[in-house]
Design a protein around this ligand. Structure first.
Ligand SMILES: [Zn+2]
Length: 423
């Protein structure tokens, strides 16, 4: 008798997206690790072209099974001369969810170059242990290494996120501009942008982390979001992580100016240690969404000793398309398991929970860490809000065309700042 995964593959082969209840049938496999693994294995063997169906299924493959899937993907890439979308997707998703599983294959991946044209092509080098990174760094610095290879090694080494390695790579590159398309006068800015893509920036002339190692996801109450979404909506495991006990107030209005309200985001009634907030017992984060959505740029708030925000500068008068405050609720936080520490906006594909506190921001464009308007140093990352959170009028709030809003913090000056990115 054929298993449910075999039947699904067979039907998909015959009828493609016309299979009735296609996603429903895929979801039924999610609770059975063996079924989802054999679905992915078989899909990889039978189909080449990238599909969200396959990509979605990968989030449910266990780490143990992912090892085998990686081997199969690498063999497929070798045999197809690096021309198989789904095999490349396995490497891309593994590099986010289990980069350590790719570390033993880095030599072959360096040659095969899956996902080469994308900016996640060096993600497999994420979190590479120091000893292995050291060998790579020696190769990078060696005089005989060609410039284009140095460019690739530069990105790989940054992905390791090892501070000692990054410091050496940074100072070497400042002295030896090997980049084909970066002029000497643009080099400094480019290097800072590269650092910020991997969680570091330059602060007080030193390479420094601007975000915590620890990540938490925001867990929302059931039915908080508007229920007008496709079937894959809020199915991803990142919506169901184990909550901690504390509840936090989320949403509502701090001041309800008719045409430019200050929406309340969250009150951290317990200060999370890893965020680098000192001298406050509570921090209230709020934002005039209209300011960033109407293109007035980043906004900043000075916080008093109770942690309450006051806008720095003047409020604009908004006439059309006024964004209302976020619908009030209480939320809980969940410590993010290692698997979901890195999330990538593109591959999250509106499936994953991108409401995150701490950790590295899920950048949509290149990283851009805010600078404190007072001390002019780079700020620390606090949290991010994804689009489509409900507002007080029963609609959905969008950041730009459907982007992410990022909150930053300068602890010296007790200033918060907000920016957003979208496509
Ligand atoms: Zn400052």
């Amino acid at each position: 008798m054929k298993s449910p995964s075999e039947k699904l593959i067979e039907d998909f082969k015959q009828h493609s997206w016309q299979v009735p209840n296609l996603y429903q049938r895929l979801f039924e496999l999610f609770d059975e690790p063996n079924e989802i693994f054999s679905f992915c294995k078989q899909f990889l063997i039978e189909f080449e072209d990238s599909t969200t169906l396959f990509n979605d299924a990968l989030s449910y493959v266990t780490k143990e099974n992912f090892k085998d899937l990686i081997l199969l993907a690498i063999n497929t890439l070798k045999q197809s001369k690096n021309d198989n979308d789904n095999a490349a997707e396995v490497i891309a998703y593994a590099s986010l969810q289990f980069p350590d599983l790719l570390h033993q294959h880095l030599d072959v991946l360096f040659k095969l170059k899956p996902n080469e044209s994308s900016y996640y092509s060096e993600y497999p080098w994420r979190d590479l242990p120091f000893e292995k990174a050291l060998i790579l760094k020696d190769k990078f610095i060696a005089a005989k290494t060609k410039k284009h290879e140095k460019e690739k090694l530069f990105s790989c080494l940054l992905e390791t996120r090892n501070l000692k390695i990054i410091e050496e790579v940074y100072s070497y590159t400042k002295e030896n501009n090997f980049f084909q398309y970066i002029n000497d006068e643009d080099l400094n800015g480019y290097l800072i942008a590269c650092l910020e893509n991997v969680g570091y920036t330059i602060k007080e002339n030193k390479i420094t982390r601007y975000c915590s190692k620890k990540v938490r996801h925001i867990n929302f109450q059931t039915n908080y979001f508007l229920n007008k979404k496709p079937i894959h909506f809020k199915k991803h495991p990142t919506w169901y992580l184990n909550s901690e006990n504390n509840s936090y107030n989320f949403g509502g209005a701090i001041t309800n100016d008719e045409n430019n309200p200050l929406t309340h985001i969250i009150t951290l009634s317990t200060i999370l240690k890893e965020l680098g907030i000192s001298d406050l017992t509570e921090l209230t984060l709020g934002l005039h969404i209209n300011e960033i959505n109407e293109g007035y740029g980043n906004v900043y708030y000075k916080h008093n000793n109770l942690g309450k925000p006051q806008l720095i500068g003047d409020l604009h008068n908004i006439e059309d398309c006024i964004d209302l405050p976020i619908k009030p609720t209480t939320i809980k936080l969940a410590v993010t398991p290692e698997r979901w520490k890195y999330q990538f906006w593109g591959s999250a594909n509106s499936r994953e929970n991108l409401f995150r506190i701490g950790g590295e921001p899920t950048w949509i464009q290149s990283a851009e860490v805010l600078t404190c308007p007072k001390c002019k140093e780079k700020m620390n990352f606090l949290l991010q809000l994804d689009t489509a959170v409900p507002d007080t009028n029963g609609d959905e709030l969008y950041f730009g065309s459907g982007g992410i809003c990022y909150a930053f913090w300068c602890d010296e000056d007790k200033i918060s700042g907000y920016s957003m990115q979208w496509t």
